[in-house]
Design a protein around this ligand. Sequence first.
Ligand SMILES: *Cc1c(COP(=O)(O)O)cnc(C)c1O
Length: 404
Amino acid sequence: MDSVLSPLDLIAREAPDGPVAIARPHRVTAAATWFRENFPGEVFYAVKANPSPWVLDALWAAGIKNFDVASDNEAALIHGRFPGAQIAFMHPVKSRRAIARAFHDFGVKTFALDSEDELEKILAETNGAKDLTLVVRFAVSGDGAAYPLARKFGVTAEEAPALLRRVRQASEEMLGVSFHVGSQCMRPDAYRSAMDGVNRAIVKAGVVVDIVDIGGGFPAIYPGMSPPPMIEYVNAIKAGFEEMFVAQNAKLWAEPGRALVAEAGSTVTRVELRKGDALYLNDGAFGTLFDATHLNWAFPAKLLRQEPSRAKLAPFRLYGPTCDSMDAAAGPFMLPADIREGDLIEIGSLGAYGTAMGTRFNGFGETVTIASSDAPWPTMYAEPAAVVALPKLKRAPKKQPTQA
Ligand SMILES: *Cc1c(COP(=O)(O)O)cnc(C)c1O
């Protein structure tokens, strides 16, 4: 192998003034390969987690040919890059123009919905196409997830049977069911209970279902959140699937976002000023640190210095560059006590919902991306012996993940 430049060497060479996103495509490859080898169905990548070209190309090269999009612009991105991709439009509420564009311009045949009104929109905008795959999205409990997604979308258990029958009549091709157990799901059995709930509605409706799409929610490793091994999720889903009354040849789909990309990205940010335990950085809530600030999630952090610091670790708070007072992360982030202005901090596990969430608020947010072939962070995709334990951090009481 040729010499591997560390992020610090790469940054020294490029000397960007703003934050630097570190891209590790080989970690995307590892995650995608794991899913392809272990998930007993088709894997649709949830593009919103990270639509960067280097992510999409690494997934495609690793054999992920299906994509879950939430907008016609995401459909355009995927169709333009991979004309042969299978695209599923899984947002349950779409504009009429987005439906029409996805169907007529990008060949999208798969649409999610959670109401009869949305069904009518889809049928009208596709001119009553007969070859649609229509997927009914269920509301399920988000109890197992650090970031529940159940409140906004999904048909309730009471309304589901009528909607399933109506969609079955409308769909000459495939009828699917889907749900999302919430992002960063810490409990494998959340999938099985969701599948059980959906199954009851299927039985009540008396319809034949061709696709069971168990959504996203597969977890990544963050300080204070060490999920069970990924294979336990697959086992719970297999068990749930076997118990469902669906077509003999029914297909199983998944839509992982976070789990495929979280490990593959980090951000290197610079300390512009230190005030006691508060570090003022050149990245924050409106850049790649949305979840660290808005959700108060802990992220792994480490000081990057040519001469490693010998100081003890101490807890720090972080402030982003904008004038908004929400641009703050309580952490605590454990960093060497002698940290000072000009130091670079690498914040890990930011491949999902990191750069994807960035804005240009206040004139900040310009991020340079640098590829690196190192692998310094803990992984869900290694033999247990190779997993590096993260230090246990005290988490602020605000948003505690619900753990089994
Ligand atoms: C966000 C989303 C996903 C991906 O969720 P992760 O928690 O990142 O795996 C999958 N499907 C739908 C419909 C989503 O909205």
